[in-house]
Design a binder for this molecule. Structure first.
Ligand code: GUN
Length: 290
């Protein structure tokens, strides 16, 4: 039987509707409307699309959104000054500086400049530390999106063998932190799974992947995961966004893997919309904690 498709777009739409209902209720009660300030530096075409989709989703869910553009030639100080203004603006609950940044900028310094209370990406080292220590303030959008895809598809996480391919700060590392920790009152989303993080340099990679009940591909290589890396019946989550001959393809070779896996998240309409839904969730959360 071919793999069941995990409809990220439909799951994201229901999360957005949940956020929209809470926002409407809060606004009706005279509370502050959540608002997201997006910062776009330069004219990277993919970043333009991501930021446009994020803002559109904010508007649909009743959140305020602002776009601040800086030219590719802007100095790091220009960007730090803008972030300082947004940190101090009470109407702004969340700040998102779209990555990557132009080469002259120090990404780490920019991430550290965002107020940890408005860091809806959960990139600030204070928030990464809180997540690692088991009492997170925010959960990062793409890893939380993967978690919600599994939970809302009825795929249990606790006790499972999970292999995450990729060790990035945005996906692999924080996803492993979410899935492996012990659930507590402070961290109910924690997965209680056994998590292995692998990368392209890992020896015997296919055989390690084949142990996984849940396999997450976040390696950034088109169609990297093939059928022989997948245990029959496993859930395969594709976080990849690669452009091949102008076509969007994931890190999973869908054609071969669909014949082996039990569940498969497609690209597009898989993790991508989930990331946006969780950004709205985090922006609402930012309004509640500050
Ligand atoms: N660039 C690629 N993914 C992301 C993300 O999740 N957040 C931000 N700010 N930039 C990104």
């Amino acid at each position: 039987m071919p793999a069941l498709k995990i409809d990220g777009q439909a799951i994201a739409a229901s999360i957005q509707a949940e956020v929209a209902a809470v926002v409407a209720e809060r606004v009706q009660a005279g509370r502050r409307q959540p608002g997201l300030a997006a910062v776009l530096v330069g004219d990277n075409p993919a970043s333009e699309v991501y930021v446009r989709n994020k803002r559109k989703a904010c508007e649909t869910a009743g959140l305020a959104s602002w776009l601040h553009r800086l030219p590719a030639t802007a100095s790091q100080q220009d960007l730090l000054d803008l972030i300082g203004t947004l940190n101090g603006d009470p109407l702004v609950s969340g700040i998102l500086v779209q990555l990557p940044l132009p080469k002259q900028m120090d990404e780490g310094a920019v991430i550290r400049a965002v107020s940890p209370l408005k860091d809806v990406d959960c990139f600030h080292p204070e928030n990464v530390g809180l997540l690692a220590a088991g009492h997170p303030r925010f959960l990062p959008c793409t890893p939380l999106g993967v978690h919600q895809m599994l939970v809302r598809s009825g795929i249990s996480i606790a006790g499972k063998q999970i292999v995450v391919i990729g060790r990035s700060n945005i996906v692999g590392k924080p996803l492993a932190l979410i899935l492996m920790q012990k659930p507590t009152k402070a961290f109910p989303e924690a997965g209680d799974a056994t998590v292995t993080v692998v990368h392209r340099g890992t020896r015997d990679l296919p055989s390690i992947c084949r142990q996984a009940d849940i396999l997450v591909a976040a390696v950034g290589v088109p169609r990297f995961v093939t059928a022989e890396m997948v245990k029959p019946g496993a859930a395969v989550i594709d976080v990849g966004i690669n452009s091949v001959d102008g076509k969007l393809v994931g890190d999973v070779d869908e054609a071969s893997v669909a014949a082996v896996a039990g569940w498969l998240s497609p690209v597009p309409k898989g993790v991508g919309p989930m990331t946006i839904a969780m950004l709205l969730h985090n922006t609402l959360r930012a309004t509640m904690i500050s």
